[in-house]
Ligand binder design. Structure first.
Ligand code: HEM
Length: 279
């Protein structure tokens, strides 16, 4: 092989390499080079569906209603389907009505976060995920406090903190996983990257420590609001969807992105015997 051919070969190999010797972090946080063999165009932002290598068409039987994937993520909380989510809609969607705030779990303040998701039966008629009253209240305030203003159709703030579903893409913040793009589409490759980079103990599942590591790694410089929102979103998801061994599965994360996880949790709550476990 002559010099020119060798140079060309090296250049072509280097152009596809995902690890740089002098940047050890690129070796520690691996990205997959085989995605295209499992999922067509994994880099293509999807407007309507949230596929991954195991579900190439997205969530089976989940209806997109012509909404972006980010709009589908929040649509569950729009209880009356009017395109506007008020804090009380979010509260109702998160909370089980008939559970007393003085139940044995929520009185133990130290364990508050870990008991915030209650797996008891639900007798109320509305669809709800199953957090206790205190957790639901604070989550609704935090979500609406942080996200309402940017989604409003005017620059005049509203004291009722509504979130407009049509503008939900404007509530995107920094230090996120970048799985949603700036228009609220879903990028499959970025979901896969979360797990190839951080799921070290079990493939396609994250421990709490690995999840923490991911949110630390996703931090943009000086983006204090994004750091907090990101920790909050992933923390709530972990509490909601971790399995009995403390793992958060790729399937649960994928279905959080298209909102079908929330429907699943509400259905489980309604039918009793909820586990929140998935995948
Ligand atoms: C149990 C309830 C919820 C959970 C577990 C949850 C979880 C998550 C997670 C894990 C992300 C991905 C963040 C990332 O890519 O790093 C996310 C993004 C987002 N969520 Fe939620 N969420 C919940 C409820 C809500 C509600 C009620 C709203 C608003 C009405 C909302 C609005 C958003 C927005 C706008 C994003 C995009 C943020 C970004 O990528 O920068 N979420 N959520």
């Amino acid at each position: 092989m002559d010099e020119k051919a060798r140079t060309n070969e090296n250049a072509s190999r280097d152009s596809m390499t995902t690890v740089a010797e002098k940047a050890p972090v690129t070796a520690q946080r691996k990205v997959r080079a085989d995605l295209e063999t499992k999922l067509p165009k994994p880099y293509l932002p999807r407007a309507l569906a949230a596929p991954d290598t195991d579900n190439v068409n997205g969530t089976w039987s989940h209806k997109h209603e012509n909404m972006s994937v980010l709009q589908q993520h929040v649509a569950f909380f729009d209880q009356d389907n009017d395109g506007i989510i008020y804090p009380w809609d979010t509260y109702k969607a998160l909370h089980i009505k008939d559970l007393s705030i003085f139940n044995v779990y929520s009185t133990a303040a130290v364990f508050w976060l870990f008991s915030a998701y209650n797996r008891s039966n639900m007798s109320s008629g509305s669809r709800a995920i199953g957090f206790n009253a205190i957790a639901s209240f604070f989550m609704a305030i935090l979500i609406h406090g942080a996200m309402s203003y940017v989604t409003l159709p005017t620059w005049i703030p509203s004291p009722f903190l509504p979130i407009y579903v049509v503008n939900i893409h404007k509530a995107k913040h920094g230090s996120d996983s970048t799985t949603y793009d700036t228009e609220g589409r879903y990028i499959p490759a970025n979901l896969e990257n979360i797990f190839s980079k951080y799921a070290r103990t079990v493939a396609d599942k994250l421990t709490l420590k690995e999840l923490w590591h991911m949110t630390e790694a996703n931090r943009n410089a000086f983006d204090f609001v994004g750091w907090c929102l990101s920790k909050f979103e992933w923390g709530v998801l972990y509490v909601l969807a971790k399995d009995s061994e403390g793992f958060l599965s790729k399937e649960a994360v994928r279905r959080c992105f298209d909102g079908s996880l929330f429907e699943y949790c509400a259905k489980m709550q309604k039918g009793g015997g909820a586990t929140g476990k998935m995948g």
